[in-house]
Design a protein around this ligand. Structure first.
Ligand code: PLP
Length: 457
């Protein structure tokens, strides 16, 4: 996407070898073969630089994840120290090590509701996949083998492994993969502007979402539904901020039918919404939380599942009955990743990055909302330091995603990395950003929207 076909590039260039050897995530492989790759070489604060020295302001924090920016030396030092002491050990078969214990203790202390245990995994997908297995294991332990279904939401994003991709409510994560798998159901997406009927208030729309959930539970049979999963704010599905009263109405239904609540905090966790957790922001009381991304600022892969005692106790009993909890990853609780996560959390707290989100959010949101009146925009959505502009123009109506792609190209040329989720442009900058850098982002967004609009008119 950065430049023209790679014919001019040396056959042993990174660009040429990338096309020769690597299959990429979320990429049209044939398009990449024709257009080439963008090589990002280094990072510094909220900026990254390509191998031609061009600077980009990274308004997506990588993949919604690099809270402390791209050049945090303390994380390098924490990794180096731990590498030198114990570069690897596992947490199977009653073994443990300091970094995983310290991180588990820290996360339990930080959790917005009483949690009992942390279980470590390596990605958001693995965390959610593990949750699906934990929910099944628990229902079997409780002698309720029929209580296994999990309800997710259309446009929710929970990852890409077989179970996590099934939880995800986006067509491209199912299409040609023969998903979703049985036992995973999807309910209404809480997108007020797109879903509300004329005259319906946010509260009424939220209640209707909860009624839809209740109807689905009743149609399936309440005794067959084990859990509901949701992101406090839907991220990859288009940054959908819940309408007023949504989480209250949903939680009332779940309580009525004794259904567990799983909060996928993979994006919201560690400050994104202006609270340490999205669950705090929206008064969600989850039984299970999944955490990743800003947990280590993605410097190393690590994720965690937090479970309360209602989950832990039956699982412990079942593991005693069977003789083992037959689940685990070689790198679960990896000591270097855990050490980096601990240092990253210390930085988030010491520098009060959650406070920075609260301070800067009004400016971020006002610059975002100012663009809502642009001829190419239909809606601005956001909270804390996460936001999106949904775009539309009749000239692109036949080709969904084409306007988003054109805007993305225009922003890219001007040195801004954002993310086009179809025709919705998402922004989720590092939490260390300052006001001038927010202006830099939105000045480029405005110029890019104007430039694309000029090509239409
Ligand atoms: N859950 C949410 C809310 C996410 O945004 C993501 C990734 O974007 C995932 C889960 C999956 O995480 P990973 O890509 O680390 O598997």
């Amino acid at each position: 996407m950065s430049h023209q076909p790679s014919s001019t590039e040396a056959p042993n260039s990174i660009e040429a070898k990338d096309i020769a050897y690597q299959l990429h995530s979320y990429t049209n492989a044939r398009k990449q073969e024709a257009e080439g790759s963008l090589v990002i070489e280094r990072g510094e604060g909220v900026y990254v630089f390509d191998n031609n020295g061009k600077r980009y302001i990274e308004s997506m924090a990588g993949l919604w994840s690099v809270a402390v920016g791209f050049g945090e030396k303390r994380l390098v030092e924490a990794a180096t120290r731990q590498m030198a002491k114990l570069p690897y050990y596992h947490t199977f078969t009653q073994k443990t090590h300091g970094p995983s214990v310290d991180l588990a203790e820290k996360l339990i202390a930080m959790a917005p509701v009483p949690m009992s245990k942390a279980y470590f995994t390596n990605s958001g997908s693995e965390a959610n996949d593990t949750v699906v297995k934990i929910v099944r294991y628990r229902s079997n332990a409780l002698g309720k083998p029929e209580k296994k279904k999990i309800i997710s939401r259309l446009k929710g994003y929970h990852g890409v492994t077989l179970a996590s991709a099934s939880l995800t409510g986006l067509p491209n994560n199912h299409r040609a993969f023969d998903l979703p798998m049985p036992g995973i159901l999807h309910t209404t997406c809480p997108h007020y502007r797109a879903g509300a009927v004329p005259g319906e208030s946010e509260l009424e729309f939220s209640q209707r979402c909860a009624n839809d959930l209740e109807s689905l539970i009743l149609a399936e049979g309440p005794d067959t539904v084990a859990a509901f999963i949701g992101e406090p704010v839907i991220g990859a599905g288009g940054v959908i901020v819940p309408p007023s009263g949504y989480w209250q109405a949903i939680q009332a239904v779940l309580k009525k039918y004794d259904i567990l609540l799983i909060a996928d905090e993979v994006i919201c966790g560690f400050g994104r919404t202006g609270e340490m957790f999205g669950s705090t922001k929206y008064e969600i009381e989850p039984d299970i939380m999944t955490l990743s991304k800003q947990l280590s600022s993605s410097y190393l892969p690590i994720s965690a599942v937090l479970i309360n005692d209602r989950i832990y106790q039956p699982i412990a009993d079942e593991s005693a009955l069977i003789g083992t909890f037959g689940h685990g990853f070689t790198a679960s609780g990896h000591p270097v990743a855990a050490a980096v996560a601990l240092e990253n959390l210390a930085i988030i707290e010491e520098r009060d990055l959650v406070g920075n989100v609260r301070t800067l959010s009004p400016h971020f949101l006002s610059r975002l909302r100012a663009l809502e009146s642009h001829p190419l925009a239909v809606e601005a959505r956001g909270v804390g330091l996460i936001g999106a502009l949904e775009t539309y123009h009749a000239a692109f109506a036949e080709k969904p995603g084409a306007l988003g792609a054109a805007l993305n190209r225009a922003m890219h040329e001007r040195g801004l990395i954002a993310r086009n989720l179809g025709d919705t442009i998402a922004f989720c900058p590092p939490l260390i950003i300052n006001e001038a850098q927010i202006d830099e982002i939105f000045d480029i967004v405005e110029a890019s929207f104007d430039a694309v609009n000029a090509t239409i008119d």
